[in-house]
Design a protein around this ligand. Structure first.
Ligand code: SF4
Length: 329
């Protein structure tokens, strides 16, 4: 099976791979690719510019532009960049269309022909046999994005509320299948903060994912022109910092949802001592981009001028001092 001739490459990745010229403040440590097709995704997610319900630009995903290149050239360069130590992973993100699994399988095989770079695929819920095809093609990790932290929000932004094909239970079923095929810890989901959930609901879903063997990658909601949610605000930075810290403590097995305390849905106690909390904040790591190993997604959520919701690098001591103030206030 032949891979598609063309592929979209995130602008930051295209610069790192030398496919285009430009200046970037933070280099991606993963090469981000996106399946190319004329027309939009068949799903209808209210926050996504690739959605068939969006009138936004087809070359955008989140805040990032994705110009089109030759697939073979992009993958050859990504393999070379891996050998040179410029990237540590290739992530292929997929729109929803009928032949997507054929394309993903062929793309993964092509990457593996060139190098041993670990490959992540971020896609719609798939059957066990399709997941197995990806695994057999050499894919290391698979991501199936819940995006929403509650069933009610899921239905509203990705499911029946927008005429989308997805269901909350269908996503969980696919995540469980993915854990069976790829193994615990090798499955990722994306969770977007700021879609109307409480902090308590968000943290609870982080815990549910971790208990299933699924690693949740955190995103801050970003309004994109042309999408159904273009008029909604991003989450407050203070609230997002709390969610990042809770995510860190849960994924590092330092605390659990049931040990944390909430008041009116707001997170007020992380379930560890103040000393431990200070030490963890000072590491800076909880506030860095979370996801597959080596995924730093520069400027997916934020303008280069900030505020940085997800740091694509370790925060500086000044940045950590500012974060500390949020938790002390
Ligand atoms: S966490 Fe990063 S590398 Fe993994 S699927 Fe998501 S965007 Fe891709």
């Amino acid at each position: 099976m032949e891979p598609p001739e063309k592929i979209r490459v995130s602008i930051g990745t295209a610069i790192v791979l030398g496919l285009t010229r430009g200046r970037i403040d933070a280099e991606p440590t993963t090469a981000y690719l996106l399946t190319y097709r004329e027309g939009k995704c068949q799903a209808a997610c209210a926050f996504c510019p690739q959605s068939r319900r969006s009138s936004g630009r087809a070359d955008m995903l989140s805040r990032v532009t994705w110009p089109v290149f030759s697939t073979r050239e992009a993958i050859r360069r990504a393999s070379e960049a891996f050998r040179l130590g410029k990237i540590v992973r290739v992530c292929i993100q997929a729109l929803n269309y009928p032949s997507v699994v054929d394309d993903l399988t062929a793309l993964a095989r092509l990457v593996k022909e060139h190098s041993d770079v670990p490959v992540s695929i971020s896609c719609q819920p798939l059957s066990r046999s399709d997941l197995r095809r990806l695994f057999d093609a050499g894919v290391q990790r698979v991501g199936i994005s819940l995006d929403a932290a509650t069933k009610e929000i899921f239905d509203r932004v990705k499911g029946s509320g927008v005429g989308g094909p997805y269901t909350w239970s269908g996503h969980f079923k696919a995540l469980k299948e993915a854990v069976r095929v790829f193994g615990e810890g090798n499955v990722t989901t994306h969770l977007i903060a700021g879609l109307g959930e409480t902090e308590e609901e968000f943290v609870k879903t982080i815990q549910i994912c971790v208990d299933m063997g699924v690693y949740p990658a955190l995103f801050a909601f970003t309004p994109i022109p042309g999408t159904l949610l273009s008029g909604n605000p991003p989450p407050s930075l203070a609230s997002y910092r709390k969610l990042q810290l809770a995510h860190y403590l849960i994924t590092k097995r330092m605390s659990r949802y049931r040990d944390m305390k909430f008041r009116n849905g707001c997170l007020v106690d992380f379930g560890i001592s103040d000393e431990q909390l200070k030490a963890v904040i000072r590491r800076g790591e909880p506030f860095m981009t979370s996801g597959c190993p080596g995924c730093n997604r520069p400027y997916y959520n934020e303008k280069p001028g900030g505020p940085l919701y997800n740091f694509p690098r370790r925060p500086t001591s000044d940045e950590i001092a500012r974060i500390e103030k949020i938790f002390m206030s």
